[in-house]
Ligand binder design. Structure first.
Ligand code: BES
Ligand code: MN
Length: 464
């Protein structure tokens, strides 16, 4: 172990350089114009893994390619097998003008590395890859087989990965999946995340007149789709932060007293938190703490809102249409399809006859909950402690990783969520960064994890 850790220390600068090259690819999965960049990024990654001596396959899908990179298998002795999951796609960088340096020209400032995808998720799985490089280059035998599965569609719902898992079930069958794509509650405080929220996305569009109209000549005699949309959206949530869609809370599993107590022990300062987010005051569902609100309660959010004239100055029109992109965050035991049905039914009921409503459902992901007391969970907690020199906490998270439920259904494997992101990493925001101390700790985690998990596997029957 010492030689592995020494290798990681000695080569850190090169690893950071390589990570900068990786971040340089604008692999924005949501934008069709970047299709070629995703492919180039995946090919670069394939080459890199190949040079590390991994057995590599780049698999095409109707969407973006999926990379598989496995440690070479030796015939005979069967070792435990773990999957390391990550994603090379990133969120759109817009608005560009709010970045202090260009999002795809990574910049190092002290112990921060700025760039879109630095934390979510390139930097995080890079740490695991480099830990495996250290094993290989120091001639240290890994106590398990590993397969890296790095996909390019996480940020758009992982829509092709689930079929891919089904088709490659035999070779991907594993004892557990390791994922570093979540966060830590505070610097220096590592965490094992045992629950993620699910998600359901939809877009709605209200159409009024068949063209933009002069608002003076016609205003007053026809409905305004932008206003109608605002009125509609305003009815989806009340002043107490409760979603007002009938049936929405039907399947929500209540928090146990035990969990509420545990969540209360996590670090939290309301005023600091509000200042950090730049809001004048916090807002959330009444009766719940902010940690509960953001990790264990469902929400509805408007992600984008579009209508009418957006250029300089004014233009007096009644816009022909107005649209909104919405997502709902779901908690156990809500289901994306069922929730979307509740929402659509409610929207139809609320839409006035003066406009036409179109709704299209987008990606969806189920919420995730896993036992934090399994042998693998305990083993990862030990590895976290060794890597960070600090006792880890158990965490629920509010974000979503769509594929985790498919890992369970298709491969029979639970996911160990060992996040390396800090609260101020700005994922999905301008000036995303990854903390280089966490990068180093993440590599140490990648070093300590495999002996711990391999030992745990000896005591855990594989689920088939
Ligand atoms: N890494 C995040 C998920 C995350 C972040 C989980 C922080 C827990 C804490 C992931 O890349 C992500 O952003 N997922 C999307 C999925 C969606 C677009 C289907 C999300 O949660 O919005
Ligand atoms: Mn993300």
């Amino acid at each position: 172990m010492e030689t592995v850790l020494a290798y990681l220390r000695d080569h850190e600068d090169r690893f950071i350089q390589e990570l900068c090259d990786y971040i340089g690819f604008p692999s924005v999965s949501a934008q069709p114009a970047h299709r070629g960049d995703l492919s180039a990024c995946a090919h670069w990654l394939r080459r890199h893994c190949h040079d590390l001596g991994l057995e590599v396959r780049l698999c095409t899908t109707p969407g973006h390619p999926i990379l598989l990179a496995g440690t070479p298998r030796r015939k005979g002795r069967r070792k435990p097998h773990f999957l390391v999951y990550g994603h090379y796609d990133v969120q759109p960088p817009e608005p560009f003008e709010l970045w202090n340096s260009p999002p795809f020209e990574p910049r190092r400032v002290g112990r921060s590395l700025f760039g879109r995808g630095a934390s979510d998720n390139k930097g995080q799985h890079w740490a695991h890859l480099k830990a495996v490089e250290a094993y290989r280059r120091t001639g240290t035998e890994l106590p398990c087989d590993l397969t890296f599965l790095i996909e390019g569609e996480e940020e758009v719902g992982s829509s092709h990965l689930s079929a891919f898992l089904r088709d490659h079930r035999a070779e991907l069958r594993c004892d557990a999946v390791v994922i570093s794509d979540t966060g830590m509650p505070a610097r220096g405080l590592p965490a094992l995340t045992y629950s993620l929220r699910g998600i359901a996305a939809l877009e709605l569009k209200l159409t009024g007149p068949d063209r933009d109209l002069h608002s003076g000549i016609f205003g007053g005699s026809v409905d305004n789709p932008a206003l109608a949309l605002c009125q509609l959206l305003a009815q989806l949530r009340d002043r107490r932060g409760r979603v007002t869609i009938p049936g929405f809370y039907d399947e929500v599993a209540p928090l146990t007293l035990h969990e509420r107590k545990a969540l209360r022990r996590l670090p939290f300062h309301a005023r600091q938190y509000a200042r950090f987010l730049g809001v004048p005051k916090l807002f959330g569902e009444r009766g719940f703490t902010p940690w509960e609100q953001r990790t264990a309660r469902p929400t509805i959010e408007i992600n984008g809102l579009t209508s009418g004239y957006q250029g300089a100055g004014s233009k007096t029109i009644i816009p022909t249409c107005a649209s909104a992109k919405l997502t709902l965050r779901l908690v156990p035991n809500q289901q994306p399809e069922r929730t979307i049905r509740h929402v659509v039914r409610h929207l139809r009921r609320l839409t006035p006859p003066t406009v036409r409503l179109e709704v299209s459902a987008g990606h969806g992901a189920e919420p995730y909950l896993v036992s934090p007391t399994s042998g693998y969970a305990q083993a990862s907690l030990r590895a976290l402690r060794s890597a960070f020199g600090q006792t880890p906490v158990l965490l629920r998270e509010g974000g979503s990783i769509p594929i985790v439920t498919a890992f369970r259904k298709q491969l029979g494997a639970d996911s160990l969520l060992l996040g390396l992101a800090l609260p101020d990493d700005n994922p999905h925001s301008p000036n995303e960064k990854f903390d280089l101390d966490n990068f180093a700790a993440g590599m140490r985690l990648g070093a300590h994890l495999w002996p711990e998990l391999a030992a745990a596997s000896a005591k855990t029957p594989r689920r088939d």
